[in-house]
Design a binder for this molecule. Structure first.
Ligand code: ATP
Ligand code: MG
Length: 559
C-alpha cells in the first residue's frame, strides 16, 4: 500500500529540482545557484523552519551552489538578539553552514535609496490617509479600489515628504509611502501596496537610526537582489506577492532574483507558528522554547532527536504544492532509525519492585558483560554489577496473571537480560496487598553466554542491581495536543493542550554507568525507549528525557 506521504512525494517532491536543473541546463546562472533561508528573528525556529532550512541548504549542496542565512529583521518591535543567536545555533546544529550571514536591516540605507529612485521614476507616492482610510479604498476582489486623494502628488512633493518622514518630522501612522501601481488590479496586493511606515521604535541592530521601516514587500525581493539570490523559495501564502516582487525589481532595474513557492509544512498534534508557540511559552503552558514537548528545533535537540533524523525526515517528506499535515509518527520513525544505530544500550527501571535472590551469595556479586550496542560491535561492552538484590519493573510481575502473561508470577521463570534465569517463589506484600518484594531463586548454570540449564523461559526482562544502581528522574513525553490539527480546530488551540503531555518519574532506578551520561549522549533503555540526559541533570541527580518509545507505530500503520 502506498501511503499518502509516499504518493505525494512521487508526485511533487522534485518540482524545484526540475526548475533548477532546467536553469542549469540553459546556463542561466553560470556562477552557480544561490538560495537563502530568511527567518524573522521573532522566535525560535520550529520544525517547519527545519524543512525550509533542509530544502534551501540541501538544494545548494545538491547543485554545487551556496545558501545564505538572512535575518529578515525589518520589524523592530518583535525582534530580539536572543532569537538571532538561537537561529544560527539551530541552523548549525542541523548540519549547515551559511555561505554568508546577512541582515535585511543592513540594507536599510540601500532600500531607502531604492525608494527615492522609485519616487523619482514616478512609481511611488506619500499618502496621508490613515490605515482605515487605505483599507476602505482598497476595494474587494470583485470591485476595484479607489485612488487615494494623495495619489497625484508631484515627484518633488513626494521626495520632500519622504525625506521628512525619514527625518522624523511626522507622527507614527500619519504618512506612508505607497507604490503607484493599479487600484483596479485583480491582484489585491498590486493595489498600491505600502512600502514604508513610520515607526519610532528601537531596532535590535540599527538602534534609533531609523524611524521609517520598509514593509516585507519592499525588503524581501530587494534583499534577494542585493545578495544575488537565484532561487528565492518561500511558502505558498506569498504566491500573490510574486507579481509585486517582480514589479519592484523591474521598476528599479536591479538584478532579477526570482521567487518560487512550496507548501508550508504542518506537523500533526502540534502547532507551527511562532506566534502560537510564543503564547505557549509566555502563558506558562510549557517550561520554555526548548521544553521537549515543543516543536522547536531547540526542543527536539533537548529531547534527543538527532540532526540526521530531522534531515532524513525532511528529505522523505519532500516538498509539496498543496498544504497538508505531515504525520508526526514519520518523524519519530526517522528518529528511531537513527537512534537504533547509535544509542548505547542501558538498563533502567521506572517503577521498581525489589527482588531478593535467596540462593545467591549475599554482598556484591558478579560483573555481567553486556554489549553496548548490538547494532555496532565497535561500541564494545560494559560490566554490569549483579547481586542478590535487584530491581525489576512492577509491571513485569503479576500475582494472578491472565493466560497470556509470560513475565513473572508465583512459580514462573524469566531471564534477566545478560544475567541468569530466575524463578519467583514467593511474593511479600504490604498492608494494602501491594507486592513489595519478590523472593526468587536463580539457576547457576543459566548465565547468559554460557547457559547449560536447558531452561526456556518465555521472556527476558530488564533489571538493575539493588546495591549499586542510582536513583534518577525520568521525564516521559506525549503529544502536546489532543487533536491532530489544533491550529485548524474551531476551539481555541490552548484548550486542546494534552494535560498528560509530561509525566515525571521522580525515582527511577538507573544502572550506575548512566551517572556519567552527558547532555547529547543517546541511550536506549532496554524495553523502554530512547533516552538522553536533560540539561537539568547533575551527577548527584541524573535527569533523563525519553526521546521516543521503541514501538514503531509508523511501520504498523504502513503495514
Ligand atoms: P511563523 O508563522 O512560524 O512565524 P514565518 O513564515 O512567519 O512562520 P519566518 O521566520 O518568516 O517564519 O520564516 C522563515 C522561512 O521559513 C520562510 O522562508 C518561511 O517560508 C519558512 N517557513 C516558516 N514556517 C514554515 C513551515 N511550517 N513549513 C515550511 N517552511 C516554513
Ligand atoms: Mg514571518
Amino acid at each position: 500500500m502506498t501511503t499518502e506521504i509516499e504518493k505525494e512525494k512521487t508526485e511533487t517532491s522534485n518540482f524545484l529540482e526540475e526548475i533548477i536543473e532546467a536553469h542549469i541546463a540553459e546556463g542561466r546562472y553560470p556562477g552557480g545557484i544561490l538560495t537563502r533561508f530568511p527567518p524573522e528573528p521573532n522566535g525560535y525556529l520550529h520544525v517547519g523552519h527545519a524543512t525550509s532550512i533542509c530544502l534551501n541548504f540541501g538544494l545548494a549542496q545538491k547543485y554545487g551552489g551556496k545558501c545564505n542565512l538572512r535575518y529578515d529583521d525589518t520589524n523592530p518591535v518583535t525582534e530580539e538578539t536572543e532569537y538571532v543567536d538561537s537561529i544560527l545555533a539551530d541552523v548549525r546544529w542541523l548540519g549547515f553552514e551559511p555561505a554568508g550571514i546577512f541582515y535585511a536591516s543592513d540594507y536599510f540605507q540601500q532600500l531607502y535609496d531604492y525608494a527615492i529612485d522609485l519616487i523619482k521614476k514616478g512609481h511611488a507616492y506619500v499618502d496621508d490617509s490613515t490605515a482605515e482610510e487605505i483599507a476602505a479604498m482598497k476595494g474587494t476582489p470583485t470591485e476595484p479600489g479607489k485612488d487615494s486623494p494623495y495619489r497625484s502628488r508631484s515627484v518633488e512633493e513626494n521626495l520632500d515628504l519622504f525625506q521628512r518622514m525619514r527625518a522624523g518630522e511626522f507622527a507614527e501612522g500619519s504618512k506612508t509611502l505607497r507604490a503607484k501601481i493599479d487600484m483596479a488590479s485583480p491582484n489585491m496586493i498590486m493595489r498600491d501596496p505600502l512600502l514604508y511606515r513610520i515607526k519610532f521604535a528601537h531596532h535590535h541592530r540599527s538602534g534609533d537610526d531609523w524611524c521609517i521601516y520598509p514593509m516585507y514587500d519592499w525588503a524581501h525581493g530587494q534583499s534577494d537582489s542585493i545578495e544575488g539570490i537565484t532561487h528565492s523559495i518561500c511558502t505558498l501564502e506569498f504566491v500573490p506577492h510574486r507579481e509585486l516582487y517582480d514589479w519592484c525589481i523591474e521598476k528599479l532595474g536591479i538584478w532579477p532574483s526570482k521567487q518560487y513557492e512550496f507548501a508550508r509544512r504542518n506537523l500533526s498534534y502540534t502547532v507551527v507558528s511562532k506566534r502560537k508557540l510564543l503564547k505557549l511559552v509566555n502563558e506558562g503552558h510549557v517550561a520554555g522554547w526548548d521544553d521537549p514537548r515543543m516543536p522547536t528545533i531547540s526542543a527536539m535537540r533537548r529531547r534527543g532527536y538527532t540532526a540526521l533524523a530531522i534531515r532524513d525526515w525532511a528529505k522523505r517528506i519532500g516538498i509539496a504544492k498543496r498544504e497538508n499535515l505531515v504525520d508526526l509518527s514519520l518523524l519519530e520513525f526517522c528518529v528511531r532509525e537513527d537512534l537504533n544505530r547509535l544509542a548505547t544500550r542501558a538498563m533502567a527501571v521506572l517503577d521498581p519492585l525489589k527482588v531478593v535472590i535467596t540462593n545467591y551469595p549475599d554482598g556484591p556479586g558478579e560483573l555481567m558483560e553486556i554489549e553496548n550496542n548490538p547494532e555496532d560491535p565497535s561500541a564494545g561492552s560494559r560490566k554490569l554489577p549483579f547481586s542478590n538484590q535487584i530491581w525489576i519493573e512492577q509491571e513485569d510481575f503479576m500475582e494472578n496473571p491472565p493466560p497470556k502473561f509470560f513475565r513473572l508470577s508465583p512459580g514462573t521463570m524469566a531471564r534477566l537480560k545478560g544475567a541468569y534465569i530466575i524463578q519467583c517463589d514467593e511474593v511479600v506484600k504490604d498492608a494494602e496487598g501491594k507486592p513489595v518484594e519478590l523472593r526468587c531463586t536463580y539457576f547457576p548454570d543459566s548465565r547468559s553466554g554460557s547457559d547449560t540449564s536447558g531452561l526456556k523461559p518465555k521472556t527476558t526482562i530488564h533489571w538493575v542491581c539493588g546495591r549499586c544502581s542510582i536513583p534518577g528522574e525520568v521525564r516521559l513525553y506525549d503529544r502536546l495536543f489532543t487533536v491532530e490539527d489544533p491550529a485548524n480546530d474551531e476551539r481555541e488551540f490552548l484548550e486542546l493542550i494534552n494535560p498528560d503531555s509530561l509525566k515525571v518519574v521522580p525515582n527511577a532506578m538507573l544502572e550506575a554507568s548512566l551517572a556519567d551520561g552527558k547532555v547529547g549522549d543517546k541511550f536506549q533503555f532496554l524495553r523502554l525507549g530512547y533516552f538522553t540526559p536533560d540539561p537539568d541533570s547533575t551527577p548527584e541527580r541524573p535527569v533523563f528525557n525519553r526521546t521516543v518509545t521503541l514501538k514503531d507505530a509508523w511501520a504498523k500503520a504502513k503495514g
